[in-house]
Design a protein around this ligand. Sequence first.
Ligand code: GLC
Length: 584
Amino acid sequence: MNRAKFIFPLVTIVLCLAAGPGRTQQAPPKSPKAEHAPEKALDPWWKHAVIYEIYPRSFQDSNGDGVGDINGVTSRLDYLRELGIDAIWISPMYPSPLVDFGYDVSDYTAIDPLYGTLADFDRLVSEGKKRNIRVIMDFVPNHTSDQHAWFAESRSSRTNPKRDWYIWRDGKGSDEPPNNWQSWFGHSAWKFDPITNQYYYHHFYTEQPDLNWRNPQVRNAMYDAMRFWLGRGVAGFRIDAVSRLFEDRNLHDDPILPGKNAYGDPNIAHKYTDNLPEVHQVLREMRSVVNEYPGDPVLISEADEPNIAELTKMYGSKNDEIQLPMDFQIADVNKLSAPDFRRLLDEIDRNPAGGQPHYFFSNHDQPRQWDRYGDGVHNDQIAKLMAALLLTTRATPLMYYGEEIGMRTTDPVRKEDVQDPIGQLGWPQEKGRDGERTPMQWDTSKDAGFSTAERPWLPVPPSSAEYNVKAESQDPNSILSFYKRLLALRRSEPALRDGKYLPLDQGNPDVLSFLRKTPGKGDSILVVLNMSAEPRTVSFALDVHGVREATARPLISAPKIARESAVLTHFTIPAFGVFIGSVH
Ligand code: GLC
């Protein structure tokens, strides 16, 4: 398909379509779309940025309703600047019935009043700019809410002009869905709609009907929504569930696997509903949308790619798709294993696309790293180890609010307290994602300084008495102080910023070591991470890497190393210890 021919004539049509239903809006600022695409930097900001995910319901409540909001985020920008954050990705704040807490969008070009107004959003962007903190929007292209005006039209009749904006099919027989496809959130992915006697497809909750990305009008309406936010100064998008955009046209059944899932359904391989090759054309189109804007806006993809080959494809064969595909392989290691991390870091570092790696360990869908990697005894030390791993490798790191203070996963203990519907559906095997979405712990006042409400939307964990920003700011050995030192070092050391990643001591089963080799004449940085519960002695011959001196000067270590220098041919690193030193 010739892309130029395909998209551009449709832009005008779609502007009319997109302006149709939905909430009345302030006119978006004029698109700076130039005659010629703005020049792209050779060394764009997102290669050196540290990105921080904010789950807006849980970061800071400014109006006492128990739910976090935009003004709350703005009021905490100074904290983020001091921490050393360059950009925030905020989970969805669009109008939404909140079945999936915002990932069910009912209007792509507005802000839900629960979080504030467009004016509040604009103020957040401009206050962020003053502090060099960019704002990245969450974008949810795979599905809308069933309350979106587009879906209301689509379901109203089989001949409605928006019928084909969603995926409608006849059942196989009476009470039988079109095929065996399953929702990621349990049970059939088809929902019968009595209005027109057809089924619609939903990869996630029934309230989240999938858009039909084979329809050019859908594509263009969504690209215009992206332009709406780019025009307001956002620095890019984290694109939700991007590998799920297409499904097999012929509706082949997915292969059944042994066993059952948490919802009691047979396990299946999502062969015909995930990672279809057509996704890449859409990614190229999205990339050309962001390329229309100055300032090198970034695309981050949420796609749990199964291997390095699939992850590499996300960058695009001409580096024309996603700049930062989230690396779920690293996030899913789920145990302290030096060989596993080494293998994955090596693979992605050498990815044939030459793409920038993008690592994270925690997010709003994943149990927090403090307890996921913790052994129950040394969790604080292990939290520092994971911080060092995230912030010293050659990658754009992505943090999740609260990881810097060692927030832990605090699951509900009673089914009736669960907010996330998958926790209701899969209880007790699947408790849902409330545990990783609890309010940010700022201090020891009521509700940890998150809210003045009687009851915040999720309870504040008891661990906030000890693990909070205020207390940890005053303790030089806290997890927070450790993060701050690491983030400052990342900024000040050219080798950490731009240096090559060179794996060392590659057969070591317990200790992960690597060199960040400076591009110029300055010092290189040696990173040694002991992933075992015993002290380990390591030995490095770094002369092959141009290091002449036999010692390393400690920059950051935990537990703290008192020595002035460490001898490279023989030094012992404590259990779960971190050593970061400069070598010359
Ligand atoms: C993504 C989001 C998750 C959401 C799902 C459906 O995986 O991260 O929170 O439930 O998409 O939109």
